[in-house]
Write a protein that binds this ligand. Structure first.
Ligand code: ADP
Ligand code: ASP
Ligand code: MG
Length: 815
């Protein structure tokens, strides 16, 4: 004989019940089959709600009852043909009338006892099993209904009654030994006490009913049919990448369900485990999928970590006090008090010190635990030997589970470092003595991020998902998005990086999509977005709380740069081409670098110097490998290089500047380039990245612009001054040409001092042949003494800048 259990969703409506029938027909052809059914999905909750409303004198319970009635009658009408309906419907109505009377009772006395509640909530299964059996019979199955209250006997701890296995096993053996029907339909969840009063086996208890019966009759197998294709590596509703585990041991399944894998009610395993009956979890809506097989041993070849589960709504309870050291039997009393108060302990921290004991309980039990403990240790508390109990709420547990974890080193290290990198604060840790689970107490708000982080770490073959929050979609931003769109597939395959742009913002609008914004269509989507704001954007990033988050600033805006601190503080990495932060006062620059280190969140700005050229990265690598920078010499302005490459005795200075501006090589205000400010910022950043404390005011700037041009207040006036000072510029050219030199705007850093200015470059110098808008940097170091390390190439332009930002993001991916 086989036992099949169908859960609430599987029997939620007529359409689903037809699917159940197909599965039952298939199974019962060969052998007798017992079917355990849950209440129609959601009905138990409705019954609980109606009871609470009635007992708090709220007449709304009648509406809930009406809804329950409609649901059952409608389902019966859909399943059973009109000619056969009347007897079935009148039976349902009779049961519902009793239910109504019970609820009325609760309403009249304004109270509900656990006993009455059990009687009421059991109606869900009683009704569903009755309707399903009638349907099976009408469909020609040799089927019979059997009330589980006549099979399963319990004590009278209502709400979660304890099974009397001896009596239950006898009753089951007697009944199933003699029953002649091919299909037996049994309500799950309900049972009865020795006195014959209805009891229930706890929420989710239909699984348990099925296991109790399967064990009692030595069934060949127990099948749990539900709405997912097995026991998953993590709750599939929270972790999209989770997948069904093909084969798992009883112990592993028990740990996973104990720590919240709702797909199996935790007590279910015990009865079948002792008989070695395999459990198969299958999907009613995809019956051909393999599902999960639970047996004594898992197939040992699998991964060390089998699954990740979590329990929401946990509270930590701590008992502390200097006087605890001397008092004998504290722990014993502590746990006795909780046991008497019927508080179940979900989590015990292993390293309870002599001064304190700390445990985790379901938040619903926290107040009960506090009251009981404060009372239990009242005497010691009045003597001030023990402090009043401390309760911390809004916590959750995440747990890694696997039989083979004990033979693998470093798993907990990986677990905590992955969580730490993502700013998941860990409040308490416990490792089961069996080493079958490692669990951590974290903030409730971090559950989704923690599960996804751990799943990525242990199950996704090192595919790392990067979540980008992009601000600024101008020239650079637009190119950047196009590059991501183009490279996504390659990166996933080759670098195992899954890059998603989760947010976009320009100066007016912003959009968010947790599953990744469609980059083919981002412009339209952004146009239709909501009003943006730096704070609103940041709040949303925080609210989403995704793992591996990166804030990408493609603006040149100071106020945006001022928000980096917030992101780094939350362990969100920052990548930017905006020079403001890295060239701001040294105190601020170093503060950001420190935050980055403290919160394990990279702060990268490679594109601040030389666009996409790997200048800062090379510098960092030199220093990390123990080299020392002695001198930096560089041409760092693509725009100035363009200007001085094109300015000669046949051209006018102001025309060349205009051309550079028209080509997009200068800042919108060309004075920023020509005055040397932009180059000062760049050499400042290089000096700082080489380890020097320096500020912009300390940089010497030998301006080549006449004072009159420097003093202008508009772009127009600036150009006018260039025209007016034609002779000044021609002289600059002629002076250089007469010495056979070219003009280059050079930045230099040596002996802790930085300066920028126009220089005469002779023919044999590496700068002489610098073309177009190229940049060049010479690093003289303790290792590169005679010949410097040279980096040269295109140092301006949206495309190369975008690819530099991209490179920083890949660096974070490999971090
Ligand atoms: P039923 O009504 O069939 O008893 P449940 O709702 O009790 O179904 O259990 C199935 C649900 O368990 C799934 O829909 C899923 O949301 C949840 N769940 C939580 N953790 C897991 C897990 N690790 N694997 C599969 N399902 C899980
Ligand atoms: N119907 C009960 C509940 O919702 C039992 C079950 O479905 O397993 O908790
Ligand atoms: Mg269930």
């Amino acid at each position: 004989m086989k036992v099949l259990k169908f859960g609430g969703t599987s029997v939620a409506n007529a359409e689903n019940i037809e699917k159940v029938k197909d599965i039952v027909v298939n199974n019962s052809k060969e052998e007798k089959t017992t079917i355990i059914v849950s209440a129609f999905g959601g009905v138990t909750d409705m019954l609980v709600k109606a009871s609470l409303l009635a007992s708090s004198l709220d007449e709304d319970y009648k509406n809930v009852l009406e809804e329950i009635e409609e649901r059952h009658i409608k389902t019966a009408q859909e399943l059973i043909s009109i000619n056969n309906q009347s007897k079935v419907i009148s039976n349902i109505k009779r049961e519902l009338n009793v239910l109504e009377t019970l609820l009325e009772g609760a309403f009249l006395i304004g109270e509900i006892t656990p006993k009455l509640l059990d009687k009421i909530v059991g109606y869900g299964e009683l009704l569903s099993s009755f309707i399903i059996n009638e349907y099976f019979v009408k469909e020609g199955l040799e089927s019979v209904h059997k009330d589980s209250r006549l099979l399963i006997k319990t004590d009278d701890s209502f709400g979660k009654a304890i099974v009397d296995f001896k009596t239950t096993n006898e009753l089951c053996e007697n009944y199933f030994g003699t029953v002649s029907y091919q299909v037996i339909v049994v309500p799950g969840f309900v049972a009865s006490s020795a006195k014959g009063e209805s009891t229930t086996l706890g929420r989710g208890g239909s699984d348990y009913t099925a296991a109790i019966i399967a064990a009692a009759i030595n069934s060949d197998a127990l099948e749990i049919w539900t709405d997912v294709s097995g026991m998953y590596t993590a709750n599939p509703k929270l972790v999209k990448q989770a997948f069904a585990i093909p084969h798992i041991s009883y112990q592993e399944a028990m740990e996973l369900s104990h720590f919240g894998a709702k797909v199996l009610y935790p007590p279910t395993i015990q009865p079948v485990l002792s008989k070695g009956i395999p459990i198969h979890i299958k999907n009613t809506f995809a019956p051909n999928e393999e599902g999960t097989l639970i047996t004594k041993n898992n197939n040992g070849k699998a991964r060390a970590v089998r699954g990740i589960s979590h329990v929401e709504s946990i509270s930590l309870i701590s008992l502390e006090g200097s006087g605890m050291v001397g008092i004998p039997g504290i722990s014993k009393r502590f746990f006795e008090v909780l046991s008497e108060a019927k508080v179940s302990v979900v989590f015990i921290t292993q390293a309870s010190s002599e001064h304190s004991i700390c445990i985790g309980v379901a938040s619903a039990d926290a107040e009960k635990a506090r009251t009981a403990l404060n009372k239990g240790f009242e005497y010691e508390m009045t003597l001030k030997k023990i402090n009043p109990v401390i309760v911390e709420d809004d916590l959750a547990i995440v747990a890694l589970v696997g039989d083979n974890m004990k033979s693998h080193q470093g798993l907990s290290g990986r677990m905590f470092s992955a969580l730490g990198k993502n700013n998941v604060n860990i409040r308490a840790i416990a490792q089961g003595a069996s080493e079958r689970n490692i669990s951590a107490v974290i903030n409730k708000n971090d559950v989704k991020k923690a599960l996804n982080t751990l799943h990525e770490q242990f199950f996704e073959d090192n595919i790392k998902q990067l979540n980008l929050f992009v601000m600024g979609v101008g020239n650079v931003g637009e190119k950047f998005l196009a590059q991501i769109e183009k490279q996504r597939k390659f990166l996933k395959k080759q670098l195992k990086l899954n890059i998603r742009v989760v947010a976009l913002s320009n100066s007016r609008k912003m959009i968010f999509n947790e599953n990744g914004i469609d980059l083919k269509n981002w412009k339209t989507l952004l146009d239709e977005g909501e009003k943006t704001g730096l704070e609103a954007f940041y709040d949303k990033v925080k609210e989403l709380n995704l793992r591996n988050s990166i804030f990408v600033d493609n603006t040149a805006n100071e106020v945006v740069a001022n928000t980096y601190e917030n992101y780094l503080n939350d362990s969100i990495s920052v990548v930017t081409c905006n020079k403001i932060a890295a060239s701001s006062p040294y105190k601020n620059y170093i503060h950001l670098k420190e935050l980055s280190r403290q919160y394990n969140a990279p702060f990268l700005f490679e594109t601040n110097v030389g666009a996409g050229l790997p200048i800062i990265d090379t510098l960092k690598n030199l220093i990390a490998s123990g080299d020392k920078i002695t001198k930096i010499q560089a041409v760092l302005s693509g725009s100035l290089n363009f200007v001085f490459n094109n300015f000669n005795d046949k051209t006018d200075f102001h025309e060349v500047v205009k051309e550079a501006q028209d080509e997009g090589y200068t800042e919108p205000d060309p004075k920023i380039d020509l005055s040397g400010i932009d180059v000062m910022r760049k050499i400042l950043i290089l000096a700082r990245e080489s380890g020097h404390e320096i500020d912009i005011e300390e940089i010497e700037n030998e301006a080549f612009l006449p004072q009159e041009s420097l003093d202008t207040n508009s772009v127009e006036d600036f150009y006018k001054s260039l025209v007016k000072n034609k002779a000044h510029f021609d002289k600059i050219y002629n002076d250089a040409a007469s010495k056979d030199c070219r003009l280059k705007y050079v930045a230099q850093f040596e002996d802790g001092k930085a300066k920028v200015g126009l220089q005469h470059i002779p023919k044999d110098h590496p700068f002489y042949n610098l073309e177009g808008k190229d940049n060049i940097v010479l690093f003289f170091t303790e290792r590169y003494t005679e010949q410097p390390l040279i980096i040269k190439g295109a140092g301006a332009g949206a495309d190369v800048t975008a690819s530099g930002i991209f490179a920083d993001i890949i660096r974070i991916g490999n971090f």
